[in-house]
Design a protein around this ligand. Structure first.
Ligand code: RIB
Length: 356
């Protein structure tokens, strides 16, 4: 009895499991990265003779047929990159987007922006739509980018990189700030000005940026005699979340003299909550945020913050992606950039309580 599987009839007793080789199998057998295979297949950059020989041998041995979408077959390049970020209304992300676009334009690329609102299905819709429009590459600044999506883009030969809270993925460069160190810088500053009971409003813990700041805070204070876990309060990286978190903290600990908020929007919320209670920010209590968005400069009192190198982050990730698209990126790495303390009135005006 013969079963006809496509062009090649396979006698029933000779059925084999036909395994379709993937680009990752070829990379593994050839002993190179997936992005090198992608460069070789798309002829989008340098591959030395030795490596080319190993790749060819691996493709032949595995009988690999690259899943060429119309884009590859057509050799189509659109000089367009996509930036998927959580929420452009947060000045942190709009400043990032500005830097990404400025640098992309110097290399002749345009940027398409998508707000994922940190929703996986919304991000998936963007990827599905944009990959059909021959996007040359993606920058993910939201954390819902999944391993399956990463594998699909790799298989299609579409490069991607991750920014800020974007998850670390195999064969993707990552650029973010030194979040843990930044939290420690905030705590040290509050201690230096005389705070002796500091609370932390932390961001959503599914985000690596919020998680690292909480870790940095706890590592700095866990040995202090005044510390108790009830000085930690959940926020949502938004202003109203900062207001309600501050209200809950003051209920539990009316005697806190310092607040470190995991981002500037929650710190601005804290200023609002404290003002409503007639607590004078600066002299009675010190408040420090994280991000360094421009709004912190025009608050009253001006808000102390741990400034991320926002423009530098956006510029760097844009360059990395374009190098990758053009086959000039040798290796995917994770880059953690320094942050700095911008000390302003919301901490510098603090006067420690007597009998400390
Ligand atoms: O304000 C938005 C926050 O989310 C920032 O701290 C940034 O690091 C991002 O993760």
């Amino acid at each position: 009895m013969l079963y006809d599987v496509g062009m090649v009839p396979i006698p029933f007793f000779e059925w084999r499991v036909i395994v379709i080789a993937t680009i990752r199998d070829v990379a593994k057998l050839a002993g190179v990265s997936v992005s090198t295979i992608s460069r070789y297949l798309n002829k989008s950059g340098y591959v030395n003779v030795e490596t080319e020989r190993s790749i060819k041998a691996a493709i032949e041995k595995l009988d690999y047929a690259p899943n060429q979408v119309a884009r590859g077959l057509a050799g189509k390049k659109t000089n367009t990159i996509a930036l998927i970020l959580p929420d452009i209304s947060n000045l942190f992300f709009s400043d990032l987007a500005r830097a990404v676009e400025d640098v992309a334009a110097t290399y002749g690329y345009t940027v398409i922006l998508g707000n994922s609102d940190d929703q996986a299905d919304k991000e998936k819709r963007y990827i599905e739509t944009l990959k059909k429009k021959y996007i040359d590459g993606f920058i993910f600044a939201s954390q819902t980018f999944s391993t399956e999506e990463a594998e699909m883009l790799t298989k299609l030969g579409i490069p991607f990189v991750c920014l800020d809270r974007g998850p670390s993925k195999e064969n993707a460069s990552v650029v973010r700030s030194k979040n843990k160190e930044g939290a420690k810088l905030a705590v040290q500053h509050l201690l230096d000005i005389g705070c002796r009971k500091i609370a932390h409003i932390y961001g959503p813990q599914q985000l690596i940026t919020a998680k690292d700041r909480l870790i940095g805070f706890e590592e700095s204070v866990h040995h202090s005699p005044w510390f108790t876990p009830t000085l930690l309060e959940a926020g949502d990286f938004r202003i109203h979340g900062g207001i309600s978190a501050t209200e809950r903290l003051l209920e539990r600990h009316p005697d806190i003299d310092g607040i470190f908020a995991g981002n500037d929007l929650m710190a601005i919320g804290a200023l609002k909550a404290l003002s409503r209670k007639g607590i004078k920010v600066g002299s009675d209590i010190a408040v420090c945020g994280f991000d360094g968005i421009q709004t912190t400069e025009i608050m009253t009192p001006e808000l102390t913050t741990i400034a991320q190198p926002i423009y530098e982050m956006g510029a760097m990730i844009s360059r990395l992606l374009i190098k990758k698209i053009e086959g000039a990126l040798e290796e995917d790495l994770t880059y953690e950039l320094d942050v700095k303390l911008l000390a302003r009135e919301s901490t510098l005006a603090f006067t420690p309580k007597v009998n400390q």
